[in-house]
Design a protein around this ligand. Structure first.
Ligand code: ADP
Ligand code: MG
Length: 580
């Protein structure tokens, strides 16, 4: 009957009072703080860890929303050692389970992972550990958890608690939806009376609510802490010459380890190879690599200093490397949540770290296309587009980035954090109303059928095969914007997009279209302010011809334009083509 939790565990004489309070056998180590000290060697709980642990040890349910690196694992591991029975931990990745089990074994805790890669012997050992109640923690994949076979296996086993790690995977609002997580709503009925906890670093209110509902945790105590990561410096710059820009950034990090995220596997390989050629030790990581090489590169990253891991988003969930000094993005992530998660892998040790990103209009178009070509239902696509726009808003803000990021998670921050690019080098703004009208008139005049590249050719009066073919060189907007350089127009289009005045039509190959809100700007009922681009090293790549004699003002109050615009909008709205 007796089971030993951690043989080396210090077992204080807690007296009858303790026993009656928690209501379990004195032969078990019961006191969370002594578990923390003797098993982990930590002096004290951090933040709200203790409150969570107490809630679960006492048999309650908990939703734990702490940022990456806050120490969520301890929130279920300590109760697992305090309560009688085995703790079941749901985790989305086998690699993640393996790391956790390894770490626990190092601490002398009896832990195992149940997954499809087990040998017969390993499986047998787990069954024995369950039968003789010597197993403290069992990691289980979500698909296994809901099976009849698993239920049977657990029929006579005492369960200490059920922890669902990376719980955002249950929500399509989250950035990493796993359909297998959906089945976990049944756990409440399958294992009645067992305390359940959901843990995640995803903070936006939609995802939170969704997690609580989908996992039937309405009665759980919710624990949140600030999502601010004050030791991370944020910087988002316009893509100019990305490799040059990356290299400049990495020279600030000589001797450091960090992650460079790219969207595609091919780009991961190319970038890693190129960095090595530049004298920066880099290794690739993506899901298309064979298992052995991928694991070897991950291990190298975890163990070595001064290594740049170039990776797709396949890398990083649950990775616990405390001294990641930088996270760089060469491509735009899919959402603010994803950006926050990925950048959050920097600086888990609390020391100064940098989150750096280059991005341009092409990212927005590419991301949008990925959403549209994906096989999600329309409702989800709509959500995805909204998320992309939210991220764009953060990229284009002239205010404090930290404030913008935290606001997305429903957290108020006074701004002026002093540790992001916009705070460190305040952004100048300019009255862009006139430029906005020109940029949008170019869209409208050319029939809402073209992307920013062609529109900028039209605005700056650059004669090309296309301006010729479509007769755009004869239009009044042709050359109307030759007073501003190409880079400024690129920035104008991005900011119009971020402001919701225009949108990208991905079905029409990234053509820009006007949104109904644009009308107020055309009518000069609304002014537009743009952030000024920072001068980039080496000057701009393509400035427009100045002083073109084709320069012409767009008619200020073009009645026909407004009328037509209104008609287009009404028609679109009827077809349901105007996004919410
Ligand atoms: P999360 O899952 O929230 O991202 P982890 O559980 O992986 O974070 O913990 C991050 C790091 O913080 C780990 O190295 C862990 O050992 C450490 N840690 C957690 N709690 C404490 C504590 N109370 N005292 C010291 N270190 C802690
Ligand atoms: Mg974790």
């Amino acid at each position: 009957e007796k089971r030993g939790k951690c043989p080396q565990l210090f077992r204080p004489d807690l007296g009858d009072d303790h026993q009656s309070r928690y209501g379990f056998d004195m032969s078990k180590p019961a006191d969370p703080l002594s578990v923390l000290k003797s098993v982990y060697g930590y002096a004290a709980f951090r933040g709200k860890q203790q409150a969570v642990v107490e809630q679960v040890v006492a048999g309650g349910d908990a939703v734990v929303l702490f940022p990456t690196g806050a120490g969520k694992s301890l929130c279920y591991q300590v109760p697992a050692l305090c309560r009688p029975g085995v703790a079941l931990v749901v985790s989305p990745l086998i690699a993640l389970m393996r790391d956790q089990v390894e770490a626990l074994k190092q601490l002398g805790v009896s832990a195992a992972a149940l997954n499809s890669t087990l040998s017969r012997e390993e499986y047998g050992a787990i069954r024995r550990g369950l039968d003789d109640a010597t197993l403290d923690l069992l990691y289980v994949t979500p698909e296994r958890m809901a099976t009849a076979g698993f239920r049977e296996m657990m029929a006579h086993v005492k369960i200490a608690l059920i922890a669902i790690d990376e719980a955002h995977c249950v929500s399509q609002w989250g950035h990493d939806f796993r359909p297998e997580y959906r089945a976990l709503d049944a756990l409440k009925d399958i294992f009645p009376g067992v305390p359940r906890m959901a843990l995640t670093a995803t903070a936006d209110p939609h995802t939170r609510e969704d997690i609580i509902e989908r996992l039937a945790l309405q009665d759980a105590a919710v624990f949140t802490t600030s999502f601010d990561r004050p030791n991370i410096t944020y910087e988002i710059i316009e893509r100019d010459q990305p490799r040059r820009q990356l290299l400049d950034f990495l020279t600030r990090h000589k001797g450091d380890s960090g992650i460079v995220y790219c969207l595609s596997r091919a780009k991961v390989e190319e970038t890693a190879e190129w960095l090595n050629g530049q004298g920066i030790r880099a290794l690739p990581y993506h899901a298309g690599m064979d298992r052995e090489r991928r694991d070897a590169n991950q291990d190298a990253f975890l163990k070595e200093e001064e290594l740049c891991l170039v990776a797709t988003v396949a890398f990083g969930m649950g990775i616990d490397k405390p001294n990641v000094r930088y996270v760089a993005h060469l491509d735009l992530p899919g959402s603010v949540e994803a950006y926050y998660q990925e950048t959050g892998r920097a600086g888990r040790d609390g020391l100064p770290s940098e989150a750096w990103m280059v991005y341009g209009m092409a990212d927005v178009v590419q991301r949008g296309r990925m959403i549209d070509n994906g096989n999600a239902v329309e409702e989800i696509k709509r959500v995805e587009r909204a998320k992309l726009n939210a991220l764009l808003g953060i990229c284009e803000t002239s205010g404090c980035r930290r404030q913008a990021i935290l606001a997305h998670f429903g957290e108020a921050h006074p701004g002026g954090c002093g540790n992001c690019d916009t705070c460190l080098k305040p952004v100048e703004t300019w009255d862009g109303t006139e430029a906005a009208i020109k940029a949008m008139a170019a869209i409208y005049r050319t029939g809402e059928r073209f992307g920013a590249g062609h529109l900028i050719d039209v605005l700056t009066g650059k004669e090309t095969e296309r301006t010729e073919r479509f007769g755009h060189a004869q239009m009044p907007v042709f050359g109307a914007g030759s007073d501003l350089p190409v880079k400024t127009w690129q920035s104008v289009y991005r900011q119009l997009l971020a402001a919701g005045l225009i949108t990208v039509d991905h079905e029409a190959y990234g053509a820009l279209k006007l949104m109904p809100e644009a009308r107020a700007v055309f009518r000069k009922e609304k002014t537009v302010r743009f952030r000024k681009d920072r001068p980039t090293r080496g000057g701009s790549s393509g400035s427009a011809r100045r002083g073109s004699d084709k320069r012409a003002a767009v008619p200020e109050h073009d009645r026909a334009l407004f009328e037509a615009l209104r008609e287009t909008r009404t028609a679109l709205a009827k077809e349901g083509g105007v996004p919410p």
